[in-house]
Write a protein that binds this ligand. Structure first.
Ligand code: ZN
Length: 149
């Protein structure tokens, strides 16, 4: 048995993890009233901490943040207009290509051998799968960075 009293760290270790404690610590606490009282006080303290409710907001945080954000209606309508513009321009060019080279395009696709079509489909499919997986990984990394608790 050690003659000196146990320090706070040793008493806390005794209260929290009795099984991992050294024999001399347990022996000392069983024979020393001073350290026994300290251990009981720590026990009460830890029990009190365990019974504390976890802090929770009593309001909806998401709603409050959404109200604070600036409205983006103008930007949204502008972006919509821009995408309509891009779509109509590309549709116009596709129509022009079909109008000018319609017969030649048909011959082009008829001339392709089936093995080439298979190769093209395989390549495009594997590329799409790869891009989707990459996008999903990036999304997960970003979500992980957002959830820090
Ligand atoms: Zn003691």
């Amino acid at each position: 048995m050690t003659n000196n009293h146990l320090n706070d760290a040793e008493i806390q270790q005794y209260v929290l993890q009795k099984t991992n404690c050294g024999v001399d610590i347990i022996d000392h606490i069983q024979h020393c009233t001073n350290c026994k009282i300290k251990a009981e006080q720590y026990n009460l303290l830890f029990e009190g901490i365990k019974q504390q409710e976890k802090p929770v907001f009593d309001f909806n945080l998401a709603d409050l943040v959404m109200q604070q954000l600036p409205k983006s209606q103008y930007k949204g309508s502008y972006e919509k207009l821009f995408s309509y513009f891009i779509i109509s321009i590309s549709f116009f060019f596709v129509c022009v290509v079909f109008y000018l080279f319609g017969n030649n395009l048909l011959n082009l696709f008829l001339g392709i051998t089936p093995i080439l079509i298979g190769l093209i489909i395989t390549t495009v499919t594997s590329l799409l799968v790869f891009l989707c997986i990459d996008m999903y990984r990036k999304y997960q990394t970003q979500m992980k960075a957002l959830n820090f608790y």
